[in-house]
Design a protein around this ligand. Structure first.
Ligand SMILES: Cc1cc2nc3c(=O)[nH]c(=O)nc-3n(C[C@H](O)[C@H](O)[C@H](O)COP(=O)(O)OP(=O)(O)OC[C@H]3O[C@@H](n4cnc5c(N)ncnc54)[C@H](O)[C@@H]3O)c2cc1C
Length: 395
C-alpha cells in the first residue's frame, strides 16, 4: 500500500536494527546479517519440510534435519567461540545469534541451543576439556527434566516446596561405585535432541551410602553400554526439534565425568539456567518478530470495509503495540537478562517467593501502608495502591 494514503506516514522513522537500543558494532552487524541469511535461506525451507514429517522421519537418514545441523556446524560459532569473548560481548552475540535462529525456526533454534549446552555447562564449571573433546563432533543434549520432576529439579533445596510437601526420590540417580559412577533411571520425553544426541549433560540425584544426598551434574557419552532412547515425541509445534526419553540402565562412567557434585549443584543449576534461559528468551524474541512480520504483511494485503486492514485504526493500534512489544521491549529485556545474568559468577535466578518476602517485611497497621506492601509490581501496584488509599486511608 502507498504510504501517502496512511495518515501520519510522513512521520515514519526507520529505526535501526535494534530499535531504540544502542547501535550494533561492526562484528555484531556482520553476525546478525549472516545468521539472518542462514535463517531465511536454510532454516525456514528445511523447517517447512520437517513440520510435515512424522517424528521418526525427522531423524531418519537423509532427512533435511541432518543437512541443517551440518550447515549450522559449518557456521563456525560454538560454545567455545562465545566463551572466548569477554563475557558481556559473548552474551550479546549469543542474543543476536539466537534471535535470528528463532526467527528462522523455533524448533531448530532449540535443537542448536541444546546441542551446544553440554559444552556451555562444561566451560561454566571449569571443565574445558569436555568442550574440546566434543568440539565439531556430535550433538549434545541436556537431561534434567524427569517424569516426576520438572520444576523440582531446579528447586535443589526444596525452598519452593508447598507447606508440608514431601519430595519424591529422583527418577534418575548416580551412585559412586569404586572409581566409577553408576547411573540408573530415566529422563523425561522433553529432552531436546534426546533421540539423536551423542552426549548429554545430565543433572540427576547423587546417592551415597544408599541415600540420595542432593543433585549432581555428569557428562555422559550416550554410546555407553546401558543407554537407550524412547520414541521421538509427536508434538503440535516445534516439530523440527526431536525430543525423547533417555534411559540409563546401570550405565557406568568414570568418576572424572562428574562435573559438579552435590555441594556445587546449586551453582551449576543457576549458571546453566542463566545461559539456557537467556538463549531461549532471545530465540522467542525472534519468533515474536517473525509473527509480527507475518501479521504486518497480511494487514496490507487483506481488504475489508473497502480498504486494507491497516487503514482501520484498531488494527494499526494492534500492530504498533505488537511492534513495541516484540521488537523493542522483549528484545531489550532478553539482551539485558543475557548481559546481566550470564556475566556473573553465580547468577541470581530465583525471585524471592511472596511467602518469604512477607516473612521478612512486618505488616504495618496503617491501611495505606498495608495496601502498598501487598500490591503487585508495575502499573497494577500503583493503581491498586492509589485506589486502596482513596477508599481506605483515614482522612
Ligand atoms: C520446547 C521444550 C524444550 C525442552 N527441552 C528440554 C531439555 O532439553 N531438557 C530437559 O531436561 N527438559 C526440557 N524441557 C522440559 C522443561 O524444562 C520442563 O517443561 C520444565 O522444567 C517444567 O517442568 P514440567 O513441564 O514438568 O512442569 P511442572 O514442574 O510440572 O510445573 C507445572 C506448573 O506448576 C508450576 N509449579 C511447579 N512447581 C511449583 C512450585 N514449587 N511453586 C509454584 N509453582 C510451581 C510451574 O510453574 C508450572 O506452571 C523442554 C520443554 C519444552 C516445552
Amino acid at each position: 500500500m502507498d504510504d501517502a494514503v496512511i495518515p501520519g506516514a510522513a512521520l515514519r522513522v526507520d529505526l535501526p536494527a535494534r530499535g531504540l537500543e544502542g547501535p550494533l558494532s561492526h562484528a555484531q552487524t556482520a553476525l546478525a546479517d549472516v545468521a539472518h541469511r542462514f535463517a531465511h535461506g536454510v532454516m525456514r525451507p528445511a523447517a517447512a519440510q520437517l513440520d510435515r514429517l512424522a517424528p521418526d522421519a525427522v531423524i531418519a537418514a537423509g532427512s533435511p534435519y541432518w543437512t541443517v545441523l551440518q550447515q549450522f556446524a559449518a557456521f563456525g560459532i560454538d560454545a567455545l567461540t562465545l566463551h572466548e569473548l569477554p563475557p558481556e560481548e559473548g552474551a550479546e552475540l549469543q542474543s543476536i545469534l539466537f534471535e535470528e535462529l528463532g526467527w528462522g525456526d523455533a524448533g531448530l533454534a532449540v535443537s542448536f541451543g541444546a546441542g551446544m549446552l553440554p559444552s556451555v555447562v562444561a566451560l561454566l564449571l571449569n571443565r574445558p576439556e569436555f568442550a574440546q573433546r566434543w568440539r565439531g563432533k556430535g550433538l549434545g543434549a541436556w537431561g534434567i527434566t524427569e517424569p516426576d520432576h520438572g520444576t523440582d529439579m531446579l528447586d535443589y533445596d526444596g525452598a519452593l516446596s508447598a507447606a508440608g510437601g514431601v519430595s519424591r526420590r529422583p527418577n534418575c540417580v548416580a551412585a559412586a561405585d569404586g572409581g566409577e559412577l553408576v547411573i540408573r533411571g530415566q529422563k523425561s520425553a522433553w529432552v531436546s535432541n534426546g533421540p539423536v544426541a551423542t552426549h548429554c549433560i545430565l543433572f540427576c540425584g547423587y546417592e551415597e551410602g544408599g541415600a540420595v544426598r542432593g543433585g549432581c551434574v555428569l557428562m555422559v557419552p550416550l554410546d555407553a553400554p546401558g543407554v537407550s532412547r524412547g520414541k521421538p515425541l509427536d508434538k503440535l509445534g516445534q516439530r523440527a526439534l526431536p525430543q525423547g526419553e533417555i534411559y540409563f540402565d546401570d550405565v557406568r562412567v568414570a568418576r572424572d565425568c562428574l562435573v559438579a557434585g552435590p555441594d556445587d549443584y546449586a551453582r551449576a543449576v543457576y549458571l546453566t539456567l542463566a545461559h539456557a534461559n537467556a538463549g531461549m528468551g532471545a530465540a522467542f524474541v525472534g519468533v515474536a518478530r517473525a509473527a509480527y512480520e507475518h501479521a504486518f504483511a497480511y494487514v496490507h494485503e487483506r481488504r475489508q470495509g473497502g480498504a486494507p486492514l491497516i487503514r482501520h485504526q484498531n488494527v494499526r493500534y494492534a500492530c504498533s503495540t505488537c511492534f513495541a512489544r516484540s521488537r523493542r521491549r522483549a528484545r531489550s529485556i532478553a539482551v539485558r537478562c543475557a548481559t546481566t545474568r550470564c556475566t556473573r559468577a553465580v547468577p541470581r535466578c530465583r525471585a524471592p517467593s511472596p511467602a518469604r518476602s512477607r516473612r521478612r517485611r512486618p505488616r504495618s497497621k496503617s491501611p495505606a501502608r498495608r495496601c502498598r506492601s501487598s500490591a503487585a509490581p508495575g502499573w497494577r501496584a500503583s493503581f491498586r495502591w492509589r485506589s486502596c488509599c482513596a477508599m481506605r486511608a483515614p482522612r
